[in-house]
Design a protein around this ligand. Structure first.
Ligand code: MFK
Ligand code: FAD
Length: 589
């Protein structure tokens, strides 16, 4: 008992210790933004390592969510119970603007996305995966804002609603949007994203969930036939009734969701097209209506779930604090978003945002994994010297770090492009706005891109980034686990050592939000589908510029994307999309 005790490793403030994070900070922010964000990022990087926050992580991890089927008196409740740690981390993420920042272009201009994901980087490994609902919340907010930005009438012209609904629908979307991007945990909403059904998640053409317009419900709303009905909590309820089953729902404690369902076939056609909907998760109902809906569920604050029953929670390798569920939908009230039949196109706006979150998570977990490995190397001795002074060990970590650096450059390039495209798409610069376009002090080529070139590059790089970061994150965390030897394999309540949690959590990053092969297919869609000529042009110019002119980390990023691009490009004209998807996949190995 009196023998040797290992001095515990101590993870340092990542913003101060991680050279790659600092490098990204320097490349993707203007000089004035760097001066503005440096202090807050250093403070936040301290906060996420404080005992209080880390104790919430341990609580969320060791007390996973469960469904309480019956109350004390034997009545059915089907109530989702989450841990205190999970709820506290949700609230902290909201207060820190992990979603909101990306939408605060009046404060942060075109740098909003880079700033958001820099905070995200240090946050993700301390978040117990509340980043999962925040990714979908950000995706939903981005989708709603695209509709809100359209000129009056355009929303309805897209087929979403009859004209009489226009102002009401706008009101619904505005209300939801304001909550999704709120920094007040009491007001803020989170959103789910329901695509996957038992028939498939990569291919959603087997969707069985059905939506029917329910005139009875609308009429019951009183006054003007198509007015929006609100429940006692001010949560708007839609005129569509949705029935079906969703096989994976991660944000089961969300306040609203974006979902796919089939709408009735257009006149003269037999196929029911897949459409997108938004729906609140809860509503307050009178007893008659509740029993008519057939979902006698109670929920906190006397609300009922909006036609949703949790069949069960999934038992998972990782992301254990996240309440991932199978959901039965019976009489869920929802709003159609966009035109019938445009469901996949609509929800692809959400996908492209959540895929960036996925990459930022991969980088965030790996960045923390490397920090833990370095902390361990500073205290662990072998063969008479510290691991930090052992060349083979340092070389192994350096190899991972080079891959990490490349993925960081790629991810923050995508964040920068997104921020600029969104900023340019705002109707008019607001008074007092910061200077537009977040010019990079070190990367003049990026500053020369037009908005449409940026948008095309963004389209091509998003699936490449999603796939590469996930795979390299998993590989890198496996190396980091090994770098701690036997301790690396242990489940430890000490977040300075618990690397295996990050590895378990990372394993899903190459599956959800589209598998690697599906990203290969999406890349093929981008370079061969509608608008492909411009996408190919932007990507080609980028790859040549990056390979030819840039050095150091940029070479790494260019290598990640570009080495096989020439071969893929040669096949674009000739091959079918399926062959091209296989080539796209080769780019991602
Ligand atoms: C920790 C943080 C990480 C985040 C946490 C998230 C938690 C987990 C949540 C989930 O996993 S949610 C479910 C995620 N599901 C997927 O990612 C689905 C994967 N499958 C695909 O992405 C398939 O490619 C897809 C379902 C989209 C294929 O559907 P289709 O019907 O075969 O698509 P189609 O017909 O090729 O395209 C329809 C339209 O959408 C086209 O537009 P046009 O009609 O104008 O030509 C496409 O161009 C457009 N589209 C499809 N994907 C797009 C896109 N547009 C832009 N970007 C894309 N990515
Ligand atoms: P399949 O689509 O059956 O894929 C099986 C294999 O076939 C994969 O290797 C895939 O790459 C391959 N494959 C499929 N199609 C092709 C193709 N065209 N070309 C080449 N290969 C192909 N979904 C939601 O909607 N909302 C959620 O909140 C959500 N949360 C999740 C949480 C967790 C923890 C997990 C694990 C999943 C979650 N999902 C969610 C589901 C997830 O998005 C799907 O599992 C994923 O998209 C894959 O779909 P699938 O499981 O049906 O697999």
């Amino acid at each position: 008992t009196d023998g040797f005790f290992q001095a515990p490793p101590q993870v340092r403030n990542q913003f101060e210790e991680d050279a790659t994070l600092r490098r990204v900070f320097e490349h993707f922010l203007s000089t004035s933004d760097r001066a503005r964000f440096s202090g807050p990022l250093a403070s936040f990087a301290d906060l996420v390592l404080t005992p209080k926050v880390l104790a919430w992580v341990v609580d969320a991890e060791t007390n996973p969510p469960f469904v309480r089927e019956l109350d004390t008196w034997g009545r059915r409740t089907n109530e989702l119970v989450t841990s205190e740690g999970w709820r506290q981390l949700q609230a902290l993420g909201i207060r820190e603007g992990i979603v909101a920042t990306g939408h605060e272009r009046d404060r942060f201009g075109a740098a909003a996305r880079v700033w958001q994901f820099l905070k995200y980087h240090v946050w993700s490994a301390s978040s117990a995966n509340v980043t999962c609902p925040s990714a979908m919340t950000d995706g939903a907010a981005t989708l709603l804002t695209r509709h809100l930005r359209r000129k009056p009438g355009a929303l309805e012209a897209s087929g979403g609603f009859a004209d009489a609904m226009s102002s009401d629908m706008r009101g619904v979307l505005e209300k939801a949007y304001a909550r999704l991007v709120s920094r007040d945990p009491e007001r803020a909403w989170t959103s789910g994203q329901w695509m996957t059904e038992r028939t498939g998640g990569s291919d959603v053409r087997g969707t069985q969930t059905l939506a029917t317009l329910d005139p009875g419900f609308v009429a019951a709303a009183g006054e003007a036939a198509l007015s929006v009905r609100e429940d006692a909590e001010g949560s708007p309820l839609g005129p569509w009734r949705v029935d079906g089953f969703k096989w994976f729902s991660s944000a089961t404690d969300a306040d609203m969701t974006v979902l796919l369902a089939r709408t009735p076939p257009p006149d003269g056609q037999s196929e029911a097209p897949i459409s997108a909907f938004v729906a609140p998760m809860r509503r307050r109902l009178g007893p008659t209506e509740a029993s008519a809906v057939g979902v006698p569920l109670t929920a906190p604050q006397g609300t009922v779930l909006n036609g949703v029953r949790i069949q069960r929670l999934k038992s998972k390798l990782g992301t254990r604090p996240v309440p991932t569920a199978e959901l039965e939908l019976r009489g869920m009230r929802a709003y159609l978003l966009g035109a019938p039949g445009q469901g996949v196109k609509e929800i692809s706006t959400v996908l492209n945002i959540t895929r960036l979150h996925n990459s930022a998570s991969a980088c965030g977990y790996l960045g923390r994994g490397l920090s833990i490995a370095r902390a361990f190397a500073r205290v662990r001795r072998s063969s008479g010297r510290l691991l930090a002074d052992t060349p083979a060990h340092v070389k192994t970590l350096a190899k991972v770090h080079v891959e990490y650096r490349a993925q960081m450059m790629l991810t923050y390039l995508v964040a920068m492009l997104l921020g600029r495209v969104e900023y340019a798409g705002d109707d008019a610069p607001r008074p007092g706005s910061p200077p537009s376009n977040n010019s990079s002090p070190t990367l003049p080529y990026l500053n020369s891109l037009t908005t449409s070139q940026s948008a095309n590059l963004l389209r091509a790089l998003t699936p490449v980034m999603k796939a590469l970061t996930a795979r390299i994150g998993i590989y890198g965390l496996q190396e980091c686990t090994e770098a701690l030897g036997g301790v690396g394999y242990l489940e430890s309540p000490d977040p300075n050592a618990n690397i295996v949690r990050l590895l378990r959590d990372a394993c899903v990053l190459s599956i959800w939000e589209g598998t690697t092969d599906v990203m290969g297919d999406d890349f093929a869609r981008a370079v061969k589908g509608r608008g492909a000529v411009e996408v190919v042009g932007a990507l080609d110019a980028f790859v040549h510029r990056a390979l030819g002119m840039w050095s150091g980390a940029w070479k790494d990023a260019a290598r990640a994307v570009g080495m096989r691009w020439e071969r893929v490009k040669a096949d674009i004209g000739a091959g079918e999309r399926e062959e091209l998807a296989a080539r796209g996949r080769e780019m991602l190995d």
